[in-house]
Design a protein around this ligand. Sequence first.
Ligand SMILES: C[S@@+](CC[C@H](N)C(=O)[O-])C[C@H]1O[C@@H](n2cnc3c(N)ncnc32)[C@H](O)[C@@H]1O
Length: 249
Amino acid sequence: MESTSPNTPLPGIADEHGFTPRPEFKKKSIRSYVIRAGRMTPAQHRAFEQQWSRYGLSLFSGQIDPAQLFGRTAPLVLEVGFGMGASLLAMAKAEPEKDFIGIEVHPPGVGRLLNDAAEAGITNLRVYMADANDVLEDCIPNEVLSRFQLYFPDPWHKKKHQKRRIAQPAFVAQVRTKLKLSGVLHMATDWQDYADHMMEVLSSAPGFDNQAGEYIFSAKPSYRPNTKFEQRGERLGHGVWDLLFEKKV
Ligand SMILES: C[S@@+](CC[C@H](N)C(=O)[O-])C[C@H]1O[C@@H](n2cnc3c(N)ncnc32)[C@H](O)[C@@H]1O
């Protein structure tokens, strides 16, 4: 049985184009992203009108019930910052026995994923176009996630901007409450400095075991496809660091 997304108003504003998608967020002083003006193709724009009711979830609709949302009980994977969505879609296709929720603030990426998911007839995927911090706080129940994915988040190089990095102790503690026992928090980055920061934050976070051993990076698991930003990093000669931490009591 496939269910539909509950109460999902189109995220955006009515204007001369009919409707312009805009990400949902609550007021906050520090954000891990800047809203890019990125132009949307007509197909991405259309995807919101045609596919949002099928795949979209609203930050303002409150806590979800995953079993009701997907019409079944299955391992649930949450990905933050899926970019243009190709790797998330590939995972949803490759692991049909799992359900996936993606969160992204970049409207062209969300439009693209809506389009591609519909074209592929994907049923095990839902999407928020919203700030992940807000979605975690208001929409995701505790202890429901089997896996949490954060791949190649914005590195915010300049010292004065590093407070914008999403991988911070409070964020990790929040993610931990959403994971089931033995659920896995998986991060990856192509910036060594950010990899070291992630390792520091995760190793100091209570209630996790590093699957690779203390202060050791993990091999890339086979379920993670190469992402767009990873490929860009490879072209620039960057390395890649994966971190896999399991929730313990
Ligand atoms: C550098 S890109 C990486 C995209 C993709 N994971 C990849 O590897 O190709 C980081 C993405 O995270 C998104 N992002 C950053 N902070 C976010 C937040 N708080 N909530 C949702 N998305 C966020 C950005 O819009 C951006 O698309």
